[in-house]
Design a protein around this ligand. Sequence first.
Ligand SMILES: [Ca+2]
Ligand SMILES: [Ca+2]
Ligand SMILES: [Ca+2]
Ligand SMILES: [Ca+2]
Ligand SMILES: [Zn+2]
Length: 593
Amino acid sequence: MKKSLVIILVAFICLTLSADNRFSVDRVKVPLTFDDFYSYEMVVSALKKLNKSYPDITKLDLIGKSEEGRSIYAMTINNPKTGKELDKPGIYVDGNIHGNEIQATEVTLYLMNYLLTNYGKNDAVTAVVDKKCFYIIPIVNPDGRFHFFNDGNTSNSNRGLRIPKDDDGDGLYDEDFPDDLDGDGNICMMRKKDPNGRFKTHPDDPRLMKRVKIGEKGEWTILGLEGIDNDGDGRINEDSEGYVDPNRNWGFDWAPDYVQRGAGDYPFSGVGLKAISEYVVKRPNICMTWMFHNSGGMILRGPSTKSQGVYPQGDVTVYDFLGKQTERMVPGYRYMISWKDLYTTYGDFGEWMAMTQGTYNFVGELHMSNKETFADIKETKKKNKEKANDSDGEKGGFFGDRGVEYERLRFDDHLNQSESFVEWKPFKHPVYGDIEIGGWSKFSNRIPPRFMLKDLVHRNASAVIFSAKQTPEVSLKILEPKKIGENLYRIRTVLTNSKAIPTMSFNSKYKKLYPQDTLSVSGKGIKVVAGGTLLDKYTDKVMYKEFKPEIQFLTIPGFSKSEHQFLIFGKGKVVFKYVSRHAGKISKSIEIK
Ligand SMILES: [Ca+2]
Ligand SMILES: [Ca+2]
Ligand SMILES: [Ca+2]
Ligand SMILES: [Ca+2]
Ligand SMILES: [Zn+2]
């Protein structure tokens, strides 16, 4: 009797524990919830469930494998009843190219979930899903996400690809990862009691330390990030995964490792990246790209290097229009040019997309960690600087300047129930002896507290939807034919693009990346005698094309039109066909008698 009761109790506790497991796949249900982060396995499960729940308008493709053999998935959202994928403007969205930048994936999942659950209910969502085609890769770097959740990390570690690389040049490859000594999943700080240490416990908060003044007695020595010297070379955690940076390994404007850290041995040495590039190349309808990262609250556009020069003015106008609207949708984020306002990057994905695929691109750098404090960071830093110049200086607190850390802790205590800070705990280190381990968890800093996630994913997914709505929408109007001679007609056409994004980027057009849009005229009983761009319809000024007037090449800028004039000899049906890589196809005909 007693024994069976114990068994029941144990079973009950086990069940309760597994039900409580934060990253259990069982927690994934459609509609998805955005009150916590999804592990790699949870994301895969979410994708399969979304696909199963919305089979008519989604397609889930396994597009490649990572270095460690994890699957890379792409979700297509397209309504086949309103047209083929390639006949609609494509919007490419990805996230988590850097392994530690996990909320990027949540934005892509939210976007899918939002579009799918609102389809048929909300008119604006229904229209955007019916008119456009979304290609979404939630996890570019699945090994990165997997190890971020499963191994000990800081919010900054585990960014790269799992391509072994000898970072410290000692002949050993990836031999000294950070060590999660206390096994809580975080790489925190190590400190040791030391009367000659340079730090003492902060009087305002015992979790903080402050630098001792000259003549003052010390209490702590900070030993750096949690770890041991795995290979006995005197350095701790000096050679972890890679470092091959998945956002420096793309085959455009690539530069070797001595110029660009993380470049890898050659472009596309990352097998997953190569698979993604092949996936993208097969979808020439992609005209807008969003890539999500996680630091600083920025909306970045290219160029990535100064040597790329400046983008043509026509493209800058488009970027400014979209970028400035996005700034308003995600308050606090700044719209910036990556090389100029941030730093130079070679071989990054965005520039590869712009220069080889001709898309408009934004990097969304999600979350501003200063929002994790109660204080204005700039003001606090300024005050601390001023104070540091006084004799009773406050500068030199733990983890940067004390004021900000103090406010961060208050914020974490009051709004996040101290979830992001790991309390200092004693630990017996094999080399340092009795130490303490504690500090910020990996789910902090670049990663927002869970309660802020919903707002972040909604605003950023809305920015994607806004730019998706601005992909080209072209209409073709054939004006009334005018008889100008025996069996000879003058026909004018007007192609109008009612959205901000041109049917071809100016850069692609100037660099002749691929053929422009075409407007062709055909018919059994007719012959196109002349045809060209109508420059002025009032004075009948036309720039006639010398050869093959029945095919006109053109690009329609945003919020703009392109007019043509044809002189047609004959009788019968005249078919006008517009074909664009980014704006689909239109076919219309009229009769001349
Ligand atoms: Ca090494
Ligand atoms: Ca070492
Ligand atoms: Ca080493
Ligand atoms: Ca390495
Ligand atoms: Zn990043």
